[in-house]
Design a protein around this ligand. Structure first.
Ligand code: AIR
Length: 197
């Protein structure tokens, strides 16, 4: 009996608590992963706020900064080079005009980078779209639509969901909620316009 209890306390118990602490540490690791939201100018904030709000809605930890690829290239590079070590899992970069921010960030990290082209010029954002999306082979930027701030957050959530089952559940719920809204709109339109004999 005594031998059995000793065996239990010396082998099974420690290995079980070790297993538990691995699970707990894994969960803490998942929770700690942050999203960096960088914008080229504070004039981009009205659009970028939609990204920030969506990340908050999903409970994703995030940091927001203004760094410009052209006006503050050193600060942009410094932040990016340390981003992975500082606990970030994804970087979202929003800029308008000659929008090189996302590409300049992607050049300095292997973290996934999501670019938001901002409509802040006389060219209606087409300049920013092309500057962000047309990356040379080898350094990718996942570019969302012009002013596609909400989708940038949802893509970041999707990436982080790969290692976080609770976040994945939230994203699945969000999708089914969105589908339910469309189906309800469809019901109302059908009811109003479809010919009834
Ligand atoms: N920008 C800032 N540095 C480099 C670029 N491309 C972008 C900003 C903003 C636009 O230039 O992201 O969309 C105009 O910035 P501002 O500060 O003049 O309003």
């Amino acid at each position: 009996m005594v031998i059995g209890r000793e065996l239990y306390s010396q082998t099974i118990l420690p290995s079980f608590s070790g297993f538990l602490s691995i699970i707990i540490l894994k969960r803490i690791g998942e929770v700690m992963k942050k999203v960096a939201v960088i914008m080229g100018s504070d004039s981009d904030l009205p659009v970028v706020e939609k990204t920030i709000n969506k990340l908050a809605e999903f409970g994703v930890p995030h940091e927001v900064h203004v760094y410009s690829a052209h006006r503050t290239p050193s600060e942009t590079a410094n932040f990016t080079k340390n981003a992975q070590a500082n606990g970030f899992g994804v970087i979202i970069a929003a800029a308008g005009k000659a929008a090189h921010l996302a590409g300049a960030i992607a050049a300095n990290t292997i973290l996934p980078v999501i670019g938001i082209p901002i409509k802040s010029s006389t060219l209606d954002g087409l300049d920013a779209l092309l500057s962000t999306v047309q990356m040379p082979s080898g350094i990718p930027v996942a570019t969302v639509a012009i002013d596609g701030a909400e989708n940038a957050a949802l893509l970041a959530v999707s990436i982080l969901s790969l290692e976080d089952s609770q976040l994945a559940e939230k994203l699945t719920l969000f999708r089914s909620g969105a589908a339910a809204k469309v189906l309800e709109k469809n019901r109302i339109i059908e009811e109003k316009f479809n010919f009834k004999e």
